[in-house]
Design a protein around this ligand. Structure first.
Ligand code: NI
Length: 197
């Protein structure tokens, strides 16, 4: 089932998510619904707060990064052909390397893309959908998507990483997103309702 994606301005996007255990009610159905929702919106990642649940769960399918046909293979897309994973109760244990800029977008903040600087490499521990434990290290686009989704379960949005000036320039656009004054071709839930509507 496709779930509505919560838009910028909803308080659930600012909350720190809670850990879950394997008896979390309806977990596998929730994960299935999140995949369906993410693909319907052509996303590469989706975190539970974005469908209104303040829990430490996100999904990533970074394989679209590997699909781009380029003459020179992009080193940042290495190994992403089949990169599809569920992250439960993750902890980013370490972030290392240089900061690099990448134009990030977010299904909760449609039609805005801005350069965000993050470190190159991460080590993350997490449980998968079967509650098996993993410790893995990523760089390139995989690390980037994971860092963005991890932020969501910490109540952080990519716009929080922008300079105060950049954010100020986006104020009107962000306000319009909260009010639903935006054309978007997937199902969303908007936090602000105008009087008389
Ligand atoms: Ni996002």
């Amino acid at each position: 089932m496709i779930l509505p994606i919560v838009a910028y301005g909803d308080p659930v996007l600012k909350k720190v998510g809670e850990e879950i255990d394997k008896d979390y009610p309806g977990l596998s159905e929730l994960i299935d619904n999140m995949w369906e929702t993410m693909y319907a919106a052509s996303g590469v990642g989706l975190a539970a707060p974005q469908i209104g649940k303040s829990i430490r769960l996100f999904i990533v399918d970074a394989s679209p990064f590997a699909d781009e046909e380029e003459d020179e293979p992009d080193p940042k897309a290495k190994g992403l052909e089949n990169f599809k994973k569920v992250f439960i109760n993750p902890i980013i244990e370490e972030e290392t390397g240089e900061n690099w800029a990448f134009q990030e977008g977010c299904l909760s903040i449609p039609k805005i893309r801005e350069d965000v600087y993050r470190k190159e490499k991460i080590t993350i521990t997490y449980f998968d959908e079967n509650f098996d434990f993993h410790e893995e290290t990523y760089d390139g686009y995989a690390a980037r998507v994971i860092q963005h989704e991890y932020d969501h379960i910490e109540g952080i949005l990519f716009t929080d990483h922008l300079s105060p000036l950049k954010r100020k320039l986006l104020t009107k656009k962000l306000g319009n997103i909260s009010k639903g004054e935006i054309d978007v071709d997937y199902r969303m839930k908007f936090p602000v309702h105008k009087r008389g509507k």
